[in-house]
Design a protein around this ligand. Structure first.
Ligand code: SAM
Ligand code: SF4
Length: 351
């Protein structure tokens, strides 16, 4: 996809950009400015902590069309959302996804401050230049290991070379890259220093993530649970970690690694609570708004979008979401053999 992508039409009147009265503010006074929008539940990898090998994907009619995704995103921008992260499943497997980026890119500087994505990188080489032209400036690429055999074991696909090509293409296109790695006991735990060293050497930030109990997958996820406090303590024996005051408004805490000259983030949903400053909501590819990644509360935006009065019903649905956003999440990793805390997979809500 190197051609400038086509643009989507504005089919429904959404209204002017945000006014203070229309801002999305929840019952705890938190202002919602960040939307994570999943554009597909499908993926070309099968990361073992994320989905089973034989994953059942949604029928196409249940998934929002590109036009609906576009209308929805405009609706959020009109309510004061300034940052949109496109995710999945794997967002770059969605056909014509470049059209959505190109169309939403027009709102940059006009209500939207940032348009970005989280990707597994397998198709990034094809999309990097067009993403940059659309106004994307940084991408998060998920990469847990640089070992081809371990990559294949974790993702059940032999695609490490493709991902590394994608990361290189993103850098060459002028995109800033952040590497997200899930820390997994007995899998990549010993390799994390090398992964961090490599990424920092390439000029990429790294964020480590604790595995979360979302969705039924084969195997015991608790066996792979590795607290990041432990990882951090081990890294501190090897390197000088300086507490950084950097913040992205998200749940990560950052340190600067003196020896590598790079930044390292830790996302620790179990060991620290990060709900107080939560500014985000998630929408699945079927248009279900989940106000909290760790909660079951949801609001059906697809029904609003497909109704006779999409503008009014969307506005009412967003108000409802603000009323039910919970104060904090409740992941439980302490129950060995227990059902996942939530039945939906991360590939539904996009991480
Ligand atoms: N396919 C894209 C990717 O892998 O970057 C975007 C979607 S993926 C669901 C988003 C992020 O969620 C990835 O960084 C992935 O490692 C992470 N993830 C998936 N399942 C997880 C789990 N159970 N616990 C913690 N992180 C998880
Ligand atoms: Fe696909 Fe991302 Fe889930 Fe891996 S983590 S299976 S790449 S959606």
């Amino acid at each position: 996809m190197t051609e400038p992508a086509a643009r989507l039409r504005d089919r429904i009147e959404i209204g002017a950009a945000s006014t203070p009265a229309s801002a999305l503010i929840d019952a705890f006074g938190r202002r919602i400015s960040y939307l994570r929008l999943s554009v597909t539940d499908r993926c070309d990898l099968r990361c073992s902590y994320c989905m089973p090998e034989r994953m059942t994907f949604l029928p196409k009619r249940e998934v929002l069309t590109l036009e609906e995704l576009y209308d929805l995103a405009r609706g959020f921008i009109a309510r004061g959302v300034t940052k949109i992260r496109i995710t999945g499943g794997e967002p770059l497997v969605r056909r014509d996804i470049g059209d959505l980026f190109a169309s939403l890119g027009r709102y940059l500087g006009k209500g939207l401050d940032e348009l970005t994505l989280t990707t597994n990188g397998t198709r990034l080489a094809d999309h990097a230049a067009a993403l940059r032209s659309a106004g994307v400036r940084r991408v998060n690429v998920s990469l847990d290991t640089l070992e081809p055999a371990l990559f294949e074991q974790l993702s059940r696909r032999d695609a490490l070379a493709q991902v590394l090509d994608g990361i290189a293409a993103a850098k060459a296109a002028g995109l800033r890259v952040k590497i997200n790695a899930v820390a997994l006991r007995g899998a990549n735990e010993d390799e994390l220093p090398r992964l961090i060293e490599w990424a920092h050497g390439e000029g990429h930030e790294v964020t480590l993530i604790e595995v979360m109990p979302l969705g039924d997958v084969e195997g015991e996820r608790l066996d792979h649970y590795l607290p990041l406090d432990l990882v951090r303590a081990r890294l501190a024996e090897r390197w000088t970690l300086r507490e950084s005051d950097a913040t992205t408004g998200g749940p990560a805490r950052y340190v600067d690694v003196a020896e590598t000259g790079g930044r390292l983030g830790f996302i620790t949903p179990h060991t620290h609570n990060f709900c107080d400053g939560c500014n985000r909501i998630r929408v699945t590819a079927t248009g279900q708004l989940y106000p909290c990644l760790g909660g079951a509360e949801r609001v059906d935006l697809r029904a609003a979008l497909r109704s006779d009065a999409p503008r009014e019903n969307l506005a009412a649905a967003l108000d409802r979401a603000m009323a039910i956003k919970p104060e904090r999440h409740d992941f439980r990793m302490d129950r060995r053999g227990a059902a996942p805390a939530l039945a939906r997979h991360m590939s539904m809500t996009g991480g």
